[in-house]
Design a binder for this molecule. Structure first.
Ligand code: SAH
Length: 346
């Protein structure tokens, strides 16, 4: 039994079944044993690979986007904030491009990271970075914020509509094993069809609220990339999933030793970022408009021996059946800035 499962069982014994959000919080963020606190989960030897770890081209396109928006902002000194920077690869690739485009001197990199293990990785790759535990720790001023696969790691609550009303999905014990169950019906019913699921993350909402408030006051921008859906394409069931060593596993096994994520509802995310210009695009077309195809061709020309790996990376990042469609890119800009590059006609 993992140390986290011990903690989960103890808490269930003391207080009863846990919400999925509390379950995720213990698994991922427990100060001593939490998944993100004790390890670097990224890369071939880890549990999963993210877009910046697939190829430098991803970060380069984000760098081009940032330079262009910075230009629209009137080229101020700004804080370049990344939420959940992992190994620091994306920020390092972005800063290299900003240096080539004459924007690096204006950017002060801020990394929002709770994991000591990953902060050490980030310090190796990002020179001159500052760290904060949350966005609240970043001083006010113009900013450009990026977040790749960050929101999906924050705790989510899950609700199922039953005949008697909404019930919350809970984690308890059944026959001595961790098991999902449901709460009693919650007060307040609505017209949602029976069997539909609803998910909400108070932690993600708090981050989005803070971004929205700062966007209202300052010439700033945010680019949020994650896997998720538009309301019209919502998957049917609950979206919590666990990944370990690049395989899907049962979320209730390997507690604290598997990555837990859920799918972002990008329409709900857009509603949170009110007061700002909001645009949404799939990752494939977004990267294509920023020139990832041309960049791949240039890399192949410079290093023909790397042609296969560059072509493979391009395919993984942009093909609809790979990451190109499931991953979405959301941009929010303060009033007066835009239109942002990379997004199609409104
Ligand atoms: N953006 C990176 C890593 C994604 S993994 C990439 O694309 O490769 C999720 C990241 O969010 C990790 O760096 C993890 O430590 C961080 N993280 C998770 N929960 C967090 C929290 N509550 N506050 C700050 N960082 C958090």
């Amino acid at each position: 039994m993992t140390p986290i499962e011990h903690l989960l069982r103890r808490e269930i014994a003391e207080t009863g079944p846990l919400t999925v959000a509390r379950f995720m919080e213990l698994c991922l963020a427990h100060p001593e044993h939490g998944y993100y606190r004790v390890r670097d989960p990224l890369g071939a030897a880890g549990d999963f690979i993210t877009a910046p770890e697939i190829s430098q081209m991803f970060g380069e396109m984000i760098g081009i986007w940032i330079a262009s928006v910075w230009d629209q902002m009137g080229r101020p000194a700004f804080r370049l904030v990344e939420l959940g920077p992992g190994r620091g690869t994306l920020m390092a690739d972005v800063l290299r491009v900003l240096a080539q485009l004459g924007a690096a001197g204006a950017a002060e990199p801020w990394l929002i990271e709770t994991s000591p293990a990953l902060r050490a990785e980030q310090a190796r790759r990002v020179k001159g970075a500052k760290w904060a535990e949350s966005l609240a720790g970043v001083p006010e001023g113009p900013f450009i914020l990026i977040a790749n696969e960050f929101l999906d790691a924050l705790p989510v609550r899950q609700f199922l509509k039953s005949a008697g009303g909404w019930r919350e999905r809970l984690v308890g014990l059944r026959e001595g094993r961790l098991a999902f169950g449901l709460s009693e019906p919650l007060p307040g019913d609505d017209a949602a069809p029976v069997s539909s699921w609803h998910e909400t993350s108070p932690a993600a909402d708090a981050v989005l609220d803070m971004i929205a408030r700062r966007l209202e006051r300052l010439p700033s921008a945010a680019l949020i990339i994650d896997y998720g859906y538009r309301q019209a394409d919502r998957p049917e069931g609950p979206t919590l999933q666990a990944v370990r060593a690049h395989e899907r596993v049962d979320p209730l096994e390997h507690s604290g030793e598997a990555d837990l994520t859920w799918l972002i509802d990008f329409d709900a995310l857009g509603r949170k970022l009110t007061g700002a210009t909001f645009r949404l695009e799939e990752q494939g077309p977004f990267l294509a408009r920023l020139g990832i195809g041309q960049r791949a061709a240039a890399l192949i020309k410079a290093r023909p021996d790397a042609a296969k790996s560059v072509a493979d990376a391009l395919e993984r990042l942009t093909a609809p059946e790979a990451m190109g469609q499931l991953f979405k890119v959301a941009a929010a800009l303060s009033p007066g800035i835009g239109p942002p590059p990379g997004f199609g006609e409104e």
